[in-house]
Design a protein around this ligand. Structure first.
Ligand code: PFF
Length: 442
């Protein structure tokens, strides 16, 4: 029998899980979604949904993986062993395809980050034409940079959990944090920033009940915490059994939400500064260019900094590429762990196989960008991930009996707080999630 690889310390797990959570979802997805959905109202709903639903779902996902010490397909299969083993495994496989879906668009956006980092760097060296090409959106650019990014990710996953992921997730995020804070201080001094700040921090309470806003905020929260595709489950399985998951979930949630909040504090005022300077940013309430907009706004912001602007741009986009890399590896780990454990493949073979599938999927998105890119993101974040979370709640609360300590505690009324928590997961979470769905559907 082979010994499963694992994180060597609690802090190793926290760093890797935070590395998975903090990524393009925070710095690209959150501000874009917030700007498109009224700013403050989105932030308000996002915080509530994170607290009431996303953190409990993160808990349930890590708990399932940690107890099983197996890949998500086997973990869900085992948890459902008494009542519906086939369905459990099927749900695990659906999550696994969610991970591939996530990678199919994520690697494209990560490729944009890479090309912008390189663009600023070559401009520093004086190659302005190349820099211009790298900063301009094109299919050729996607065809070059998406595969480059996929190969980078595969090279790390290939090395295994301890050597690869733990080491890579380690010390780069504090630098990103400091850079974000520095940029926020800079942008807030520009004309027009105050209007953006108000837009971001003062919610319009007429908007907070809008079902479209609520489902977007929920999808964004699940995506940002990497839940619903098995990424956190597989990391939970690499952690020693029976650790105090509650505290881990709180630290990962706090870090991730703080970074998303800061990204909004940078980008939304930056949008208003650009608007103040005469750039068209919104048509009605919708952002122009949606996902692409921050790639116009941020370089424009850096260019106002004079000579250091290019250095800042190189650093910022490089750090974002690294943040994207640590998120990519957790998602890739889902199918890789499954293939290694269940199909007895070597880690190397599994990694390259999965990367090949991701390459085909992402190139399909590049080829049919207008039709597929937004659609895949929407299906994943507003349907597949929330439905997976609903499934986790039902499994942890109702289906999984043998070995489910949380359920025992909840039923026996032992350890009061754990009991309350168990019952919250059993009753409140699934009902709340269903209510959101019904609200959106009707
Ligand atoms: N949480 C990541 C982000 O915010 O960028 C995205 C992500 C990573 C989603 C891993 C799902 C996953 F399994």
């Amino acid at each position: 029998m082979t010994v499963r690889d694992s994180f060597h310390s609690r802090i190793g797990f926290v760093l890797a899980a935070a590395g998975s959570a903090i990524g393009l979802g925070n710095i690209w997805g959150f501000p874009t979604n917030a700007a498109n959905n009224g700013g403050g109202a989105f932030l308000f709903v996002y915080l509530i949904v994170t607290l009431l639903l996303a953190l409990p779902a993160l808990y349930a996902e890590i708990y399932l993986g940690n107890q099983a010490q197996k890949n998500p397909v086997s973990a869900l299969g085992e948890a459902c062993a008494e009542k519906m083993p086939k369905f459990g495994r099927l749900a695990g496989k659906i999550g696994l395809s969610g991970a591939i879906m996530m990678l199919s668009f994520y690697t494209i956006v990560a490729g944009w980050m890479l090309s912008h980092a390189l663009s600023a760097f070559v401009a520093l060296l004086g190659f302005n034409d190349i820099s211009q090409w790298l900063a301009t959106d094109s299919t050729v650019r996607n065809v070059v940079f998406t595969p480059v990014f996929i190969i980078l990710g595969a090279a790390i996953v290939h090395q295994g959990v301890h050597k690869g992921i733990e080491k890579w997730s380690a010390r780069l995020m504090p630098i990103l944090l400091m850079m974000l804070i520095g940029l926020i201080v800079y942008i807030l001094q520009q004309d027009g920033a105050t209007e953006g700040l108000k837009q971001y921090l003062i919610p319009d309470f007429n908007q907070v009940t809008d079902p479209k806003l609520i489902i977007s905020a929920m999808g964004q929260a699940f995506f940002s915490l990497s839940i619903g595709v098995g990424g956190m489950m597989v990391y939970g399985s690499y952690m020693q059994k029976d650790k105090d998951i509650g505290k881990l979930v709180l630290s990962i949630g706090a870090l991730d939400t703080f970074i998303a909040f800061l990204a909004g504090l940078l980008i939304i005022p930056a949008l208003y500064v650009a608007q103040h300077a005469g750039q068209e940013v919104f048509v009605g309430n919708q952002l122009i260019g949606e996902g692409q907009l921050i790639f116009q706004i941020l370089p424009a912001l850096f260019s106002t900094m004079g000579a250091v602007g290019l250095l800042v741009a190189t650093g910022f986009f490089s750090l974002l590429s690294i943040a994207a890399l640590t998120s990519t590896i957790s998602s890739t780990e889902v199918p890789v762990a499954y293939l290694v454990e269940e199909k007895k493949m070597t880690r190397a073979k599994a990694t390259w196989l999965v990367s090949g599938v991701v390459l085909i999927a992402s190139m399909t998105l590049v080829a049919f960008f207008d039709q597929l890119f937004g659609l895949v993101i929407q299906v994943l974040t507003t349907m597949l991930q929330p439905l997976s979370c609903l499934f986790y709640f039902i499994v942890v609360g109702w289906v999984w009996k043998r070995g489910n300590k949380l359920r025992d505690k909840a039923l026996q009324g032992e350890q009061r707080w754990l009991g309350i928590w168990g019952n919250y997961l059993r009753f409140v979470c699934p009902i709340l999630l269903t209510v959101v769905f019904i609200n959106v559907a009707f």
